[in-house]
Write a protein that binds this ligand. Sequence first.
Ligand code: COA
Length: 260
Amino acid sequence: MVYQNLLIENKGRIQYIVINRESKLNALNKDTLYELHIALGDALYDKEVGGVIITGAGAKAFVAGADIAEFKGLSMKAALHLAHENQKNIFDLIENFGKPIIAAINGFALGGGLELAMACHIRIASDNAKMGLPEVTLGLIPGYGGTQRLTNLVGKGKALELILTADMITAAEAYQLGLVNHVVSQDGLLVKAEEILNKILSKAPLAIAGAITAVNAATRNEGNGFETEMEEFAKCFGTADLKEGIAAFLEKRKPSFKGK
Ligand code: COA
């Protein structure tokens, strides 16, 4: 597929997905969301891709939110459909992705932009990044998981303060809250994201996928997270990678994982 609003670039086993609508601060319009869904599906099934880094084009914005212009005239029914479809096809897809996904937040991450970053497994921010959920300013609330994921990441009190005041916070403040894992210089952003992703890619892929599933189970109000962890733990014993990992440890050598 030829993308109009995304740039896709592979670097070794890392795939970059770059939101590329710089003139609109990479705001997520319908077409971009559709392309993101297709690109993520491709990345998931592409055996050459071990993990993904999502970032925004240009130096100003990661993603400045859902495209506000497209909200004009939307009915309640259409809004519910939109939220359902995009939550399932993009935000939940990212959260439950069987490969690690890192958000490299290179500027404004607002509304749907912060929701996109929060769905990713790890967030790295450059020191110029600004984050917030400003929806109430428009007479709206977050609709792509923001109320749930922000609460999970920073706790109810801070989440309510940020959502109710619509305050924008700096990268340093986001780090203090645990909203981002690291803050680095603008030049160092992708270097740091690649460093972390490459470290993850050196581990057993099926174990990484199982760990993502089990950790996610702790933050969703469905099922029993401990049960999920036990199931994912047990699944590892059916993999060749675990045999290899144990053998490598006992033989004092580096493991060679095959994702099987
Ligand atoms: N949806 C649609 N267009 C957006 C957008 C969004 N979420 N965010 C920015 N844009 C567009 C602007 O309309 C402008 O387009 P134009 O040049 O055709 O007029 C362009 O991107 C540049 O934005 P601008 O507002 O001129 O930049 P700025 O530096 O003055 O301000 C922001 C930057 C991020 C503070 C400001 O753009 C903003 O508040 N955006 C909306 C953030 C938001 O509420 N997101 C949640 C949506 S639910």
